[in-house]
Design a protein around this ligand. Sequence first.
Ligand SMILES: *[C@@H]1O[C@H](CO)[C@@H](O)[C@H](O)[C@H]1NC(C)=O
Ligand SMILES: *[C@@H]1O[C@H](CO)[C@@H](O)[C@H](O)[C@H]1NC(C)=O
Ligand SMILES: *[C@@H]1O[C@H](CO)[C@@H](O)[C@H](O)[C@H]1NC(C)=O
Ligand SMILES: *[C@@H]1O[C@H](CO)[C@@H](O)[C@H](O)[C@H]1NC(C)=O
Ligand SMILES: *[C@@H]1O[C@H](CO)[C@@H](O)[C@H](O)[C@H]1NC(C)=O
Ligand SMILES: *[C@@H]1O[C@H](CO)[C@@H](O)[C@H](O)[C@H]1NC(C)=O
Length: 791
Amino acid sequence: MESCFPILLCGLCFMSLVLQISYALDSISAGQNITDGQTIVSAGGNFELGFFSPSNSKNRYVGISYKKPSAGRVVWVANRENPLKDSLGVLKLTPEGVLILLNHTDGVIWSSNVSRLAQNPIAQLLDSANFVVKEGNDNDLGDAIWQSFDHPCNSLLGGMKLGKDRAKAWTGYPQLILMHRSVVRSSSGPWNGIRFSGIPQLRPNPVYRFGFVFNQNEIYYYFNLLNSSIPSMLVLSENGIAQRFTWVDRTKGWILYSSAQTDDCDTYALCGRNGNCNIASSPKCMCLTGFVPKYTSDWEFGDWTNGCVRRTKLDCQGGDKFLKYTQVKLPDTRQSWFNESMNLQECEQTCLRNCSCVAYSNLDIRGQGSGCLLWFGYLMDIRQVNENVQEFYVRMAASEVGSSFSGNPGARKSTGIIVGTVLSAVLLLGIAAVFTKYRRDGQIFGFSHQSRSEDLDLPMFDLTTLVNATSNFSEDNKLGQGGFGAVYKGVLKNGQEIAVKRLSENSRQGQVEFRNEIAYIVKLQHRNLIKILGCCIQADEMMLIYEFLPNRSLDCFIFDQEKGVSLDWPRRFTIINGVALGLLYLHRDSRLRIIHRDLKAENILLDNEMNPKISDFGLARSFGGNESEANTKRVVGTFGYMSPEYAINGFYSVKSDVFSFGVLVLEIVSGKRNRGFNHPDKRLSLLGYAWTLSRDKKFMELIDPLIASTFNPVEVLRSIHVALLCVQNNPHDRPEMSSVVMMLSSESTLPQPKQPGFFDETSASDASSSSDSRHKKYSANEITISHLLPR
Ligand SMILES: *[C@@H]1O[C@H](CO)[C@@H](O)[C@H](O)[C@H]1NC(C)=O
Ligand SMILES: *[C@@H]1O[C@H](CO)[C@@H](O)[C@H](O)[C@H]1NC(C)=O
Ligand SMILES: *[C@@H]1O[C@H](CO)[C@@H](O)[C@H](O)[C@H]1NC(C)=O
Ligand SMILES: *[C@@H]1O[C@H](CO)[C@@H](O)[C@H](O)[C@H]1NC(C)=O
Ligand SMILES: *[C@@H]1O[C@H](CO)[C@@H](O)[C@H](O)[C@H]1NC(C)=O
Ligand SMILES: *[C@@H]1O[C@H](CO)[C@@H](O)[C@H](O)[C@H]1NC(C)=O
């Protein structure tokens, strides 16, 4: 009887095999083959592998193509160098795990290279388009014997690794280089922790997340799709340009999403050694400051290949200096040296000590900026970029370096003007388009989803519409004055109520950056964020248009004896949780990692049902201007909500927002403002007072009497406890917003909070007076301060 069992099992296996064949297979096992006309399809139906011919050709190739949504688009080809001449080819998997493509006389057309032999291999097409050979019983892809992703053709798909092979000898710090035969066509510049120095257009976006891995074993660039139904891939075009395409829909197909190479200055080494390419100047090429053309006559005729040489020789022993550049793509790193743990001072010293070192820079611009990159010999492939993130220091003879001189060329000003002019030309066209559209479609005047191809559907409002809607920005319509300008109520012709933020002149930045930033901010959507309806850039005006919320802001309620009654505890707890979720979205889920920097009761608006909506998000990012994300010379924010490290040193991170959130929660619970709070006998700040009460287990004294009859003790205590964790002095002790959200809703035990920042009134005023000693500017209502910190 026992022998029945195996027979039964075999029968079942056989059946399932038969069934699988009648569906589309996604794999072949050893000894099996795929002949011309057969295909295998990945399990989710995204990709297909089989034989194909390009248009206008009878040659046959084995390749992988999209099956949906964009049927037929080829993403990988096996025998690209060696086509089959007829339809009699066959692709086989040998018992050793080697894929071979044979012609009808059994000649090998192509084969996969393997480093080890398999026992029981299968070759499987995955839903990512990766075709892998692995042991049949092995689910761990890390163990693949061979995979097509290691041999990309001209398409880089989500999940592929570009680079990978660290075993190869290489010198200098890694960068991406695009080569045609042995000629370098363009280079990415080194990775700066966020993106490649020479590809500033590589930014957080709604379609894919990208990154660069550089460790002991591997070096590669990769991207992952954020939504598999919106495919996107990087394609190397026939003329050698890396372009990203994204699938829109059946009618529009693949659209060009971005291009790594945008203009002539991206041509590798266009300006030769020690040259600097500036697309906005004429001629494009100039020498770095202190350098002169090697052959002046060639240079004048537009032949820049021989580059530039120093005007004054270096004097390594006598002491050289460095000239700082901020808006450049860093040069080719093939003759470089790096150390990831040095700081910038050590870096400078190391460069000074080695006479062949010609420049240095930090490696990673995140955080405080760290690491050291040194260049030797000469500098190649530098260009101007419109971004001010990485500092680059070029070694110069001391006599060439004036006292307060910076290497950014005078042409920078003209860059701004030229770019500005081009852009406003485009904008003018854009506005003309709005008018035409209006006449044709009879839309509400001036409101249009104008979309230029590179725009992300940014709704533009017409200035006239806004002037009419707000009675010419009259005082009666003014809702308030915030950090970035005044806010007006408006009513559109169709009756819709809007709030218009008119950005004050001194918070304005370039129109290009503004448009880019706003295009992203408009995409941020969360039920606890105020909805942005669009923007207006016209004449000298820059404005943002929001939904209008009749209940105004949280401060009107919690700090008001009469209106405060209507915010009972359940409502307040909803608000605390809602703000936490909105902030979590900004920090983590929005893909932009926005730090609000000015979270306060005034910036929490309430809808009809008293749900909180965070406003003014993204503006700090948008108007932080040219500083790096972590350390800013211009502190925006509101005293009383600012974390110590931010108020005093200008250092901010997501943890600065966490601090403000903690302050806000304590204000909501207590009904008292932190700013100006002064305990009659203890000289404590609200934070210090709450901490002392919590230590002495006397919470009740903190709670707003207006919620005395409605509060839930467990929720209130938990809120206070979480708030105290958020306002701890050391940013590292504060939780992330994701933990805050969990802590608010769970019953887990919480850690004991340490002493809060700005514990007493004295320390708080210390901070404000230390700010006073710097250039400080109060806005009209003296709430938002903005000051410059010395570097
Ligand atoms: C391909 O496989 C089929 C059945 O699995 C077999 O009949 C055929 O001979 C194979 N072709 C080649 C060229 O190996
Ligand atoms: C098959 O391939 C082999 C090796 O590439 C080649 O020598 C032979 O000519 C090919 N046969 C045909 C009919 O193409
Ligand atoms: C396989 O590897 C060898 C040596 O590493 C190389 O010469 C050959 O071109 C490779 N073949 C393929 C098809 O990649
Ligand atoms: C992915 O994109 C599709 C089509 O645009 C959309 O319907 C779907 O909601 C998106 N999914 C996610 C998780 O964003
Ligand atoms: C990198 O710099 C650190 C700090 O200066 C030093 O301790 C370390 O030895 C350096 N590493 C190399 C490989 O030079
Ligand atoms: C300077 O650095 C280069 C490259 O790392 C190295 O080959 C050379 O020996 C160094 N020279 C001195 C004097 O340290």
